[in-house]
Design a protein around this ligand. Structure first.
Ligand code: ATP
Length: 309
């Protein structure tokens, strides 16, 4: 096998319920993940050693300077884990073309890790019945980060625990999104820390989160307006506290006709829902003119997880 390329989607959290901190230091989460058609591409090629090369995808304005190219890259860690499981040398060049914003709250690093799991498994295990199943790859991915199993799975899914125990959600049709990316990322641990700080300051201990019934009904019936009304993110106040300019971005999207608006995950990317593809195109044009983002990107969901192409 000479080279394997995998396409992997970004995610937006339709609901991110953040509960109390557990004994192991993680928060109890309810996380409704939704994979959208904003993709990184990862190509795995046989090489003399493990090597990572990162570039921005064509037409993308992703700033890649924060992405490590050595062993710290999540994709390299994923390749090593697959090699260990298969008992082979992790000798591979991973070429990553990024369109998912870095430290943007859309799980780009986790996506690349998921892509590397799928690509390396194929590269090193091309038997008709591969040793490693998709479930195995999701389990290996859970050891790298809570968002990795979802990037393998894709679609729409409910994650509980640290977010890594997934159940696919029933959805109907396609939802149309517009994303506003920001200059500079937000550190996920810093946003969780700010969330805890704000709660403590307000004297509001975290309640145990539960899946929002209205959200699941809107997904199952393909009701975009219902989905827009049910979107929620417990990390949003913390992201806005650390990056107050996001308030202006969210307000602009709402004023320009979005039927739902929220910070994606730990931010700073903002996600806007439109009722139709045409509405999304109009909203994207209007937001482009409003000068509230680094880049305006349209996408739709749900889409499949890491896919060989
Ligand atoms: P999440 O939504 O899962 O919290 P995020 O989208 O906010 O994550 P990422 O783009 O996944 O953030 O990156 C967070 C950090 O991880 C980066 O700043 C970078 O240092 C590191 N990193 C490691 N591997 C990668 C990779 N392949 N792509 C991007 N960042 C990576």
């Amino acid at each position: 096998m000479s080279a394997v390329t995998v396409r992997v989607p970004a995610k937006v959290n339709l609901q991110l319920g953040v509960g109390p901190i557990r004994d192991d230091g993680y928060h109890d989460l309810v996380n409704v993940f939704h994979a959208v058609s904003l993709f990184d591409m990862v190509t795995a090629e046989p090489a003399r050693r493990l090597e990572v090369r990162v570039q921005a995808a064509p037409h993308s304005r992703v700033a890649i300077d924060g992405v490590p190219t050595g062993e710290d890259n999540l994709a390299a860690k994923a390749a090593r884990l697959v090699a260990d499981r298969l008992g082979v040398d992790p000798h591979v060049t991973l070429r990553i073309r990024k369109a998912i914003p870095v430290a943007g709250g859309m799980a780009g690093g986790s996506a690349d890790a998921a892509a590397a799991l799928v690509a390396c498994a194929r590269l090193w295990d091309d038997r008709e019945r591969p040793v490693l199943t998709r479930d195995d790859l999701m389990e290996i991915g859970a050891g790298l980060g809570s968002d990795v199993p979802f990037a393998v799975l894709g679609g729409t899914a409910v994650g509980v625990g640290r977010g890594e125990r997934l159940t696919p959600a029933l959805t109907r049709g396609t939802f149309h999104w517009v994303f506003a990316t920001a200059d500079g990322g937000l550190s996920t641990p810093a946003v969780y820390g700010e969330c805890d700080r704000l709660r403590q300051e307000a004297g509001q201990p975290a309640a145990r989160p539960a899946v929002a019934a209205e959200l699941m009904t809107a997904l199952a019936t393909g009701d975009a307006k219902g989905l827009g009304a049910a979107l929620s993110n417990d990390l949003q106040p913390a992201a806005l506290s650390l990056r107050p300019s996001l308030r202006r971005t969210l307000d602009a999207g709402r004023d320009l006709g979005a039927i739902g608006a929220l910070v994606s995950g730990s931010g700073p990317t903002c996600a806007f829902l439109a009722e139709t593809g045409e509405d999304a195109a109009d909203l994207a044009d209007a937001l482009d003119g409003a000068d509230v983002a680094r880049q305006i990107v349209r996408a739709s969901g749900p889409v499949p997880g890491a896919t060989l192409i």
